[in-house]
Design a protein around this ligand. Structure first.
Ligand code: MN
Length: 322
């Protein structure tokens, strides 16, 4: 049964022990939504199967109490948070549950006792509207969590709409937190030293070729090739290829392309597939992100990838330079 904000919290207030259950590999949107509800209504934040890096940082920084793999029998009611399919809960069997979610697919709501679903850019925004209806205070910890959830779920506001910004503005006003605190919290996400070394090496070794206003960079690392290829895009390349070569003579190339390059005709998945056919390897992926595994010289394959892209881009204009 679909409910509105008022009905939603009134129903939750009927239960004594509520488990706010986050999807597997929980993200900040799930964790902060569960946390905010547990603070306002009472109950426990539960993780079905771990959480991602920023979410674990959030849990640590905000000192959020979470229960990993909770025993459902210990709770009177389960509220599934930011989750739309049972597979996101590893197929767990739920008896009596409610849902709060913003995803387009809504398979989980069918058997729910009640659910609050809206097409918001994050569950955190829906939770905030519940808090407002309850006239619950928005404490700084809750606000920091919800803001982090909104920022990450909207891809740092890339997928935000006007309602997202109104919500963010209201949260900041009501809680008194500084937006800079949210940025600081996310910036302090620790990264493994081996990844950082790989990124710095990939940047230092990058070989960049210009065709028109397009920049195509190639480099190599011993691991984290995919992350390194994305990093080269972030620091200025339009298309990047990063090779990793293993002792057993297999070469892996990871490629990434900016949207403008894809729009100009670069399809890395197709390029990788074509090259892999010539070298008896396997390759493929998406237009903007793809990979290839072959038993050939790394530099030869890197060069081949680059030449394919130059061929496509040399007569195209780069709209980001107009
Ligand atoms: Mn979400």
């Amino acid at each position: 049964m679909r409910v509105d904000e008022i009905d939603f919290y009134n129903r939750l207030l009927n239960y004594r022990d509520i488990l706010y259950l986050c999807h597997r590999n929980a993200d900040p949107d799930a964790v902060s939504s569960a946390f905010a509800l547990s603070e306002a209504i009472g109950g426990t934040v539960g993780l079905v199967d771990g959480c991602n890096r920023v979410a674990s940082l959030l849990i640590e920084k905000l000192d959020i109490e979470v229960v990993e793999s909770p025993n459902f029998d210990e709770y009177e009611f389960i509220l599934v948070v930011d989750t739309s399919t049972i597979s996101q809960l590893n197929g767990l069997k739920l008896m009596k549950y409610g849902v709060i979610d913003h995803h387009a697919t809504t398979a989980l709501t069918e058997n729910a006792e009640f659910y609050l679903h809206k097409h918001a850019s994050s569950t955190a925004e829906i939770v905030f509207s519940v808090l407002k209806c309850m006239e619950a205070p928005v404490m700084p910890r809750v606000a920091l969590g919800l803001l982090t959830g909104i920022v990450t779920d909207t891809g740092h506001f890339k997928h935000a709409n006007s309602e997202t910004f109104s919500c963010v503005s209201e949260i900041i006003k009501l809680s008194g937190v500084d937006y800079a605190e949210v940025i600081d919290l996310m910036a302090s996400t620790p990264q493994d030293i081996s990844i950082r070394i790989a990124m710095l090496k990939a940047a230092a070794r990058a070989d960049t070729e210009r065709t028109g206003d397009w920049l195509i960079s190639t480099s190599y690392v011993s691991s984290f090739g995919g992350s390194a290829a994305s990093m080269l895009i972030n620091i200025g390349a339009d298309v990047s290829f990063v090779g990793t070569s293993h002792s057993n003579s297999t070469t892996r190339i990871s490629g990434r392309a900016k949207r403008e390059a894809v729009n100009a005709g670069v399809n890395l998945g197709q390029i990788m597939e074509n090259i892999s056919a010539n070298y008896d390897g396997t390759g493929g992926g998406h237009a903007g992100a793809a990979g290839i595994d072959v038993n050939s010289d790394m530099n030869e394959i890197l060069n081949e990838c680059k030449m394919h892209v130059i061929d496509i881009l040399k007569h195209q204009e780069n709209p980001s330079n107009l």
